[in-house]
Design a protein around this ligand. Structure first.
Ligand code: NDP
Ligand code: 8X3
Length: 258
């Protein structure tokens, strides 16, 4: 049976790499994001390289009506959704609480929490009607430990962690798997977005160690998705070798080697 995956935030980073990984393995891939040109490029690439079936959905996840329209449209194109990857998200700014930009706070809350909920509310009924499915929620090490100036971003990811746990309980009767993946520092467009296009500042975040790559998260997602039917990884935290938690990391040069 042909399987279908819906990946939010597929125009870049983890989401794009996950879409590639599942397309390589025969899935129908539904890719979402706001940047239509990136979605069209990805579709052309996956069709050409893997003869994959790709459906593009260009919408803003913070807009409830757009989410409803997009998923209702998707329902006319696919018979089922086997996997949902709630990945779209961002950090905006890095400021102490008394200096925070309230517009940044709103964007993070609207995207990372409310957007994830809008999508889930549309897709979960499809999965319950199938009595099967697998939802991945991309959290962060910031969902586990708060770091200085991370305040609202960390709060949104703590919420993702709570929702991940809640979804697993609520959907347990339907045999729907729910997996939280919590990556540490990974080199994607994340820091470029956080620092509002400041390329030097973004690059500098990953300058002195080997970070997680988007493809690593795609591999982990594939691993979790291909476990035997009776198994579910509920919660998985992954960092690069030089990071222990949100608070503790070292430079590659300081790692003891023999
Ligand atoms: P990227 O910036 O590379 O990708 C973010 C994706 O989210 C883009 O495809 C973007 O698409 C999409 N997105 C953002 N806002 C919206 C919106 N309003 N509507 C629709 N799509 C949106 O970052 P990552 O791949 O690193 O981030 C993916 C997830 O992983 C995020 O939830 C992030 O918090 C989390 N994460 C990242 C880590 C890291 O260090 N990189 C570590 C831990 C977690 P578009 O702009 O086209 O809409
Ligand atoms: C992204 C990782 O450490 O920048 O969630 O918050 S971090």
């Amino acid at each position: 049976m042909n399987k279908t995956i819906l990946v939010t935030g597929a125009t870049s980073g983890f989401g794009r790499a996950i879409a590639v990984r599942f397309a390589q393995n025969g899935y129908t891939v539904c890719v979402a994001g706001r940047r239509e040109n990136r979605l069209a490029e990805l579709k052309a690439e996956l069709e050409q390289a893997y003869n994959a079936k790709v459906i593009t959905l260009a919408f803003d996840i913070t807009d409830r009506k757009q989410v409803e329209t997009a998923i209702n449209h998707l329902k006319t194109q696919v018979d089922r959704i086997d996997i949902l990857v709630n990945n779209a998200g961002l950090a905006a700014g890095l400021s102490s609480i008394e200096d925070g930009d309230i517009d940044d706070w709103e964007i993070m809350i609207d995207t990372n929490i409310k957007g994830l909920l809008y999508i889930t509310r549309m897709v979960a009924p499809i999965m319950t009607s199938q009595a099967s499915g697998h939802i991945f929620n991309i959290g962060s090490t910031a969902a586990k430990t708060v770091y200085k100036n991370g305040n609202v971003y960390c709060a949104t990811k703590f919420a993702v962690d709570a929702l991940n746990q809640a979804m697993r309980i609520d959907l347990l009767n339907y045999g729907i798997k729910v997996t939280g993946i919590h990556p540490g520092m990974a080199e994607t467009e994340f820091s470029l977005v956080r620092f509002k296009g400041d390329e030097d500042r973004a690059k500098n975040v990953y300058a002195e160690f080997k970070p997680i790559l988007a493809e690593d998260i795609a591999d982990i997602t594939w691993y979790c998705a291909t476990l035997p039917a009776h198994l579910c990884i509920n919660d998985l935290t992954v960092t690069c070798l030089t990071q222990a938690t949100s608070l503790y990391s070292i430079k590659e040069a300081d790692r003891i080697k023999k």
